[in-house]
Ligand binder design. Sequence first.
Ligand code: ASP
Length: 595
Amino acid sequence: MSERIEALGDWQRTNLAGDLRTADVGRAVTLCGWVHARRDHGGLLFVDLRDRSGLVQLVCSPDESATAHARAGELRLEYVVAARGMVRERPAETVNAELPTGAIEVAVDELRVLNTARSTPYPIDDTVEVSEPNRLRYRYLDLRRPRVQRNLILRHDVTRMVREHLNAANFLEVETPVLTRSTPEGARDYLVPSRIQHGSFYALPQSPQLFKQLLMVGGLDRYYQIVRCFRDEDLRADRQPEFTQIDLEMSFVRPTDVMEVVEPMIANIFTAVRGTPTARPFPVLSYADAMRRFGSDRPDLRVDLELDDFSTCFAGTGFRVFAEALAAGNAIRGLVVPGGGAALSRRELDELVGFATAQGARGLTWIRIAADGWQSPAVKFLSDAERERLGGAARLSPGDLLVLLAEPELLASTILSQLRLQLGERLGRVARDEDRFLWVVDFPLLQRDPDSNRYAAVHHPFTAPVDTELDRLEGEPLAIRSQAYDLVLNGIELGGGSIRIHRPDVQLRVFALLGMSETEARDRFGFLIDALAFGAPPHGGIALGLDRLVMLLAGADSIREVIAFPKTQRAVCLLTDAPTPVDPAQLRELGLRLL
Ligand code: ASP
């Protein structure tokens, strides 16, 4: 095999392969790309030439150019070539209607081999399933495949639309540091040792949160950045150690002002990509209502089932399980499943009980409304009056199913929200091909961390409490609402943000509730408290997860499908093998010794 490699020389590419159409017939073209396929048909050599735009068929005939034909005979898959020739119509019987360029071909008169290629570990083709480790180890080959390329093109289109929208709304794109100090978003930091100051470390930002606030203090008024964030977490399917946010911040705003910038931006992106209009305005639900009706602060509104509180139906009940729960201050919450009684077998109903107990519930009560009456292991404990109240409150009709839980709030929500999704799926009550957006607002400011029994910020420590509740901050911390908001799509949190604390005294009070003494607060966040004391304007913003957004738009099942060089679940880059051990000399330079 000849390995003669030529230079591109003075050839200049005139067209992209996949763009050629019948209108180009008669045109002399110079194309560059990869050998995607090669066929030898009785003297004629056919080469499918591939570039980012697609494929075109090259024909090399010994009669038209003996040299080009001979050169084509040496080609192997994935060789890099440049070809010069004439676009011509294909003979009618060889037209390929499947291919956008299928009506034409290029009759080659000169061919240059720009590089050879080893045989690839898998075909450069979407029709073949390749294992993920193999895809990631040779990601540059995987990137040659149309599906991954489509995803990256989509990602580019999304960021372009984001920039256009925000530029038009007078935002400035500003870069913030990657080597910084810890920016708490609730995850572990990635640390970078300082060579110049042994024993000191930079942290990679979990988000640009504090810098974007400082940009507001700096008078920049409106900031955005499409920015990498780093969080050292245990990875799940839709997480990466480094991920990208569409991050923005605005001065002199209320929550609705931020929402009014973001909502049309997201709606326009979905309209453009889906090709169908996105319904607006997005509904707005308070956190309390979301929890009550769906058991979740990011409910999937495509599922046509709702939870309710049926406690009042059981006032003074003789059903011991419910009586005890009510006495303990728990609610009797339930999910009405129209048609669920008819659709689920006795065994499947028992499985619901098994599911609930496996999650830590003491039990689950199901009631099936059959044509000839109510069926339920609990039916004998319920009085006629209770049944009447319940039937009315839950609007039960024959064929329906009611599942009831008498557990503490959080546990009941967790279980019922999952049952809502499972049963919605099982009974075909999910509007699969709709995009159902919503805003969730009025989150609590603080929650109790079950491990430490301390207060923890629901959003982050810089989120402002509702102004009118500020005077009750120390009195009833858990009852205070924050000015935070989340954007949710189909049960997935696309992003979240808040109005921030812009007064140093309020920031110190919140730090104090979080268990930080003033000394500690000044030690860690002195720069922020100082900045707030120099005339910080009221401000707020939001961050949206770009990877997840593009994943949803691409219909992909992992964010790794929309990231050019992702890491595995074990946070390893299979392409470069990072992270790797380092040279002892490097450690010495950094003043580090391994344990
Ligand atoms: N910094 C926040 C986050 O990363 C977003 C925000 O509050 O703007 O989730």
